[in-house]
Design a protein around this ligand. Structure first.
Ligand code: PA5
Length: 446
């Protein structure tokens, strides 16, 4: 039994042999395109070798910077949007907790900023930072993305006012392009320590680069073990042995369900600490596949919570979806259900049972119910909740995503659609050079 396995028992009954045989060939061909490095977007394949082929000198600097941040601040504000923050947040919540800031710990609180344009969110965060020692890690490849750029201006001003320019310099850590861009230029002028968003790695594939690793290391997570897990996945999954490769089989199933008319893949977790991993996964698959009028809509839920909201729809609403359940076999947590002498709720048959055991039975019961409702279910079983297993899982999803994109016939590494809203927003805000566009848009809004 490896770290990760794909249980197909609740998906197989929905797939005919001939469907699997047809997709098998195409999935192997798509994998060949990826590994032959001759598909569209092939200049963005740096993530494939990253777990082995990373900048070791920078890795040491990340560890040193994390120590410096731990010693000098109560709060680290991580400024970034999309691929520049989702990976770090997913890993921190998965391995530490969604309530990380409330835990008893000797590492700084972490807040994420620059991922909205919300005045309420930013002003709340400033009031939380009042009277606290603060460091920031601003992460932006371009350096000009509106959301993080606005938050960075505000936090840079806050730090300079509190600590002076020299003091602020010791508290600002910048992750950006190796050579160019507004942040790189500013960092060189002001003397900020910088880390690199590699040229050949897009934002949503960047969690195992400095983009994710610095904030993750600040929380005390073992980033070497995370990388080792990803390296193991690379070793075990980079092959076209379709019958035994869970990444290729996951690719095939989701493609078959898509062809059968399912338009939504719902990633299902049974733990609140999977919430942000769901969000990371949604960006990875949504931005990689959703183009040229194609792609599954990646959606997500946390059960059993959402069984009490969306469960009804999944069970017998429009037949538009299949589920991919991510099940963590050994969460490492222990909570025994207490006895109640009066047995008011009638649940004394559960007395002394582990809550994780109850959760597992809820998962099994739901699998059976949803497949009875004709909803196919793939089950990804992850052995442990630890760095190595999570590193493995992240690489698994990245690899499967890239192969899926090629199988679908899209470039998995670009995101042209993200630009449309930005263009309109800049025009409406009166950015110089957008005057004609502004006039047209304003008329349409009347
Ligand atoms: O995946 C991506 O490429 C995007 O989500 C980017 O990471 C996001 O738009 C932020 O861009 P930048 O790092 O240039 O600020």
């Amino acid at each position: 039994m490896g770290i990760l396995s794909l249980n197909e028992a609740f998906a197989k009954p929905f797939v005919k042999d001939e469907e699997m045989q047809a997709v098998r060939k195409e999935a192997i061909a798509a994998y060949g395109t990826l590994c032959g490095r001759n598909g569209e977007g092939s200049d963005f394949l740096g993530w494939m070798d990253l777990p082995e082929n990373y900048d070791k000198e920078e890795f040491e600097r990340i560890l040193a910077a994390a120590e410096k941040i731990k010693k000098s601040c109560d709060i680290l504000v991580v400024i970034g949007i999309g691929g520049s923050y989702l990976g770090a947040r997913a890993v921190i919540e998965f391995l530490r907790s969604p309530l990380y800031n409330n835990l008893k710990k000797d590492t700084p609180d972490i807040y994420f900023a620059g991922n909205t344009i919300s005045a309420a969110a930013l002003s709340e965060l400033f009031s939380i930072c009042e009277g606290k020692d603060v460091c920031i890690n601003v992460i932006s490849k371009s350096g000009t993305t509106t959301e993080p750029a606005v938050a960075f201006r505000a936090f840079r001003g806050f730090l300079e006012e509190k600590y002076g320019k020299e003091g602020a310099k010791e508290r600002i850590f910048v992750t950006t392009d190796r050579e160019k861009g507004a942040l790189k230029k500013l960092s060189a002028e002001r003397g900020y320590e910088t880390f690199v968003v590699p040229d050949d790695i897009g934002g949503r594939f960047s969690v195992l680069s400095a983009v994710g690793l610095l904030p993750i290391a600040v929380t005390g997570i073992d980033i070497s073990a995370l990388m080792n897990g990803a390296a193991l996945a690379r070793k075990e999954l980079l092959n076209d042995d379709f019958d035994n490769n869970p990444a290729l089989r996951y690719v095939a199933y989701r493609n078959i369900f898509h062809r059968q008319g399912k338009s939504v893949e719902m990633l299902v977790g049974y733990e609140p600490y999977l919430q942000m991993l769901n969000e990371w996964w949604k960006q990875l698959y949504g931005e990689s596949e959703g183009k040229d009028g194609k792609g599954l809509l990646p959606d997500s839920v946390i059960f059993s919570t959402d069984l009490h909201s969306l469960g009804q729809f999944v069970q017998d609403g429009s037949p538009i979806l299949f589920e991919t359940v991510l099940f963590i076999k050994n969460s490492g947590a222990s909570f025994l259900i207490p006895n109640d002498e009066e047995n008011i709720d009638g649940l004394n048959f559960l007395t002394g049972k582990q809550l994780d055991y109850v959760n597992e039975q809820a998962m099994k019961g739901t699998l059976l119910a949803h497949t009875d409702g004709n909803v196919p279910n793939l089950v990804l079983e992850l052995e442990e909740r630890n760095e190595k297993a999570l590193g493995y899982l992240l690489y698994f999803f990245e690899l499967a995503c890239a192969v899926s994109g090629y199988l679908l016939g899209v470039n998995p590494f670009n995101q042209p659609g993200v630009e449309s809203y930005k263009k309109n927003m800049f025009a409406l805000l009166g950015k110089p050079g957008y005057e004609a566009e502004k006039e047209k848009l304003t008329k349409r809004l009347k």
